[in-house]
Write a protein that binds this ligand. Structure first.
Ligand SMILES: [Cu+2]
Length: 354
């Protein structure tokens, strides 16, 4: 198919006032619906430090390191960040996809039923551990804060991918430092595919686009500012004053006259978004936190709380060349404090995200 240049703009910094109005908390029945089964957890194997002892034969073996770096996000001084880097030791090299010029970690792609080994090394100057958000893994593989490792040490993850096809993500999970570490740049997507998904024939390759939405505040020297001390922030959680998509303050995606799959993650610490197409077309939602829906549903808008994912299907074949549209976050007011909370399905308790 011949590609025609189009512009899709996921509105970022230039919609500041709209974004800055967001303070409430809301939810949509869709997100809470029982469309996804909770899969049984595999028997938690005894965690072993030495790879040679486990007898685990991975389909995909990855080294993942968290380390300090710097990145030119704006003109002028580079921004100090923390970032995940990954290399494939065994398996298809295309299973790890870097997001160009982004502080975000690489997208890791796996197939349901595959055995995954991840050799995590912590090279940031404080304790950390990796949590696989949404994946059903044995307890010792889930990055609970009690498994934190200090700088310079490694943790071995080995698990089978049990989840249905969908969009999951990984981030640090040390006690009390999860927020600052995610904010510093440590987060990445973990995509699962399965036979069911492949039978549907959804857009793939360059037509399958991750969109990670995060709010950040930068100082005059382009450095990240994270505060959580004042009275307002203690109520709402940290809210940045600039919205970044895939780590970019001015993210724009040229699209072709065809169909797309957009995987949206709210990777913000506390901010909730009420997302809609600016041109009024309904959102065609094909997936949520639990993976693909049985069939698409249409909504005029959808709330996305921190840590949540939503997958959209979008058809630009009827749009004229040069057409521009945006995914925007509508202003809303709600009854809550605007603090991102989630239900922990295992314990039934709430906890702060991420
Ligand atoms: Cu999480």
């Amino acid at each position: 198919m011949k590609k025609l240049p189009r512009n899709l703009r996921l509105e970022a910094g230039n919609a500041r006032r709209q974004f800055l109005k967001l303070a409430g908390y809301g939810t949509l029945g869709l997100v809470a619906g029982g469309v996804w089964p909770l899969l049984g957890q595999s028997a938690a194997g005894q965690h072993e430090d030495a790879i040679s002892k486990t007898g685990f034969v991975p389909d995909l073996d990855i080294s993942l390191v968290a380390k300090p770096g710097n990145l030119a996000i704006f003109p002028g001084p580079a921004t100090q960040i923390w970032q995940y880097h990954a290399t494939v030791n065994k398996g298809d090299k295309n299973r790890v996809v870097e997001l160009p010029r982004s502080y975000l970690g690489p997208v890791i792609k796996a197939q349901q039923g595959e055995k995954i080994r991840i050799r995590f090394t912590n090279s940031i100057p404080e304790e950390s551990i990796v949590h696989w958000h949404g994946l059903h893994v044995p307890e010792a593989m889930d990055g609970h804060p009690r498994y934190v490792i200090p700088q310079g040490q490694s943790y071995l993850y080995e698990f089978e991918v049990k989840n249905r096809a969908g969009t999951y993500w990984y981030h640090p999970h040390p006690h009390g430092r999860t927020g600052p570490q995610v904010y510093g740049g440590l987060a990445g997507l973990f995509l699962v595919s399965d036979d069911e998904e492949q039978a549907v024939g959804l857009p793939d390759g360059e037509y399958d686009v991750p969109l990670v939405i995060q709010d950040r505040t930068f100082d005059r020297d382009n450095q990240l500012v994270y505060t959580s001390g004042n009275r307002m922030e203690r109520m709402t959680g940290f809210l940045g004053n600039l919205i970044l998509v895939n780590g970019k303050p001015d993210f724009t995606l040229p699209v072709s006259t065809t169909v797309y799959r957009f995987r949206l993650l709210n990777g913000s610490n506390s901010r909730i978004y009420k997302l809609a197409w600016q041109d009024g077309r309904p959102l065609t939602i094909i997936g949520t936190d639990g993976g693909l829906l049985e069939k698409p549903v249409q909504r005029q808008y959808v709330f996305l709380a921190p840590g949540e994912r939503i997958e959209l299907w979008a058809d630009f074949s009827g749009s004229p060349v040069g057409y521009r549209t945006n995914i925007i976050s509508l202003p809303f007011d709600g009854g809550g404090m605007g603090r991102g909370m989630m239900m922990n399905r295992r314990t039934g308790t709430t906890q702060n995200l991420p």
